[in-house]
Design a protein around this ligand. Sequence first.
Ligand SMILES: [Zn+2]
Length: 254
Amino acid sequence: MRIRANNPSPMTLTGTNTYVLASRDDSAAVLIDPGPELAEHRENFLAEVGERRLAAIVLTHQHADHSEMLGSIDQWAPDVPVYAVLDRFARHTPPVSDGNRIVFGDDPTDVLEVVATPGHTSDSISLIHDGTLYSGDTILGEGTTIVTYPEGSLGDYLDSLDRLRELCDAGAFTRIEPAHGPTIESPAEVIDHYRSHRRERIAQVQAALDQGARTAAEVCDIVYHDVDPRVRGAAEQIVRAQLAYLGALSPDDV
Ligand SMILES: [Zn+2]
C-alpha cells in the first residue's frame, strides 16, 4: 500500500511515497520511508499499519523528504528497529548493507532484500520483495533523478543502473515502486532510458567544457539553459557531480 505525503514540489513530484507492506499472515507490517514530518501523513501511514505489529522501518536514503519523520519516532514507534545505511539513522539494529535481508514476518517470503544502489546519494539502497523493486530516489516514477553532490557520485550511479538492469534481466523484479511518482510497469525500458539520458548529459557537459565553460554555473547555463528556475540549484548540483565524474571540477565548485 502506498501512502503519498502532501509535500509536492518540483523535486518531490507529487510528494514522497511511503510504503506499508503486510506480512503474508497479515499480522505484521514493514514501513519503507516514513517521509516528511507531517502529522497528517503519519496518521495516514499508521492507520494503514492498523492493528498489525510494525516489525521494521526501512530508510532508502538520508534526504529529509524520506527521513525527517524519524525525528519524532519516540512518539510513534519507539521500539521498532530502523534499517538504514548511515549509522545516524539506524536504530535498535546495526546499519544495513548490500545483500542484507530484512525479515518482517514469520513466513519465508516476509523479507526485503537490500540492494545497495549508491549514486543519488552514497547511502541509497533499493529493496526487493515479491517481484517488486522499491527504488527510493534511484529511479523515479516520472522524469529522471538527480545525482546530488557531494553526497552522491555519478560513477556509482551508472554502476547502480547497470546492476539494476542485470537484476531485472535475471527476473529479480518485474515492476518498480519509486519514492516519488507512479508505479513503473516496464522497468527494463525505464532503466535503459535512465542510462542513455545520463550518457547524453555527460556528452553535453563534455561539449560545454570543450567550448570553454569552466565553472558549474557556466556549464549549467549551456547544458541546462531551459530548466525550470525552481530546480536550477538541483541542476547545478548534478553538473558538479558530472564535472567530478569527468575529473573537471573547478576548485571554485568543490
Ligand atoms: Zn533523495
